[in-house]
Ligand binder design. Sequence first.
Ligand code: MG
Length: 156
Amino acid sequence: MRIGFGYDVHRLVEGRRLILCGVEIPHEKGLLGHSDADVAVHALMDAILGALALGDIGKLFPDTDAKYKDADSMKLLAQVVEIMEKNGFALGNLDITITAEKPKLSPFIMKMRENLAAAFSCDISKVSVKATTEEGLGLAGNGIGAYAVVMLEAGN
Ligand code: MG
């Protein structure tokens, strides 16, 4: 078994869509980034690559490459899942914590879990997504962060 950890943060700005785990969330601001800035999926991909000791998404999908402008992060995740499988690993389980002051994410958590379970073709019981505020002490509404851990199982 291998474990991996990932962390990412993006700034909230006006005029951008807010997408988390492939779910578009109605909000007056969205996350700024070269791709669709899906911070939760970015943290998750880094956790998978970390478990495999294969670097990070900055190395795999450089933001200097125009190909990844406004890229759908769920499609990038599909590529990372493929790399995981080619290396002989399958998902044991994953756990993501998203930190956001606003908006309230609880209504969207189940859809996020469904999207990720579909990306791994796994049971939803292996996929946990949680959200918390930082009590105004952390990014304080200027951004959204995400932490992800994964357990990968060999022999697949
Ligand atoms: Mg990112």
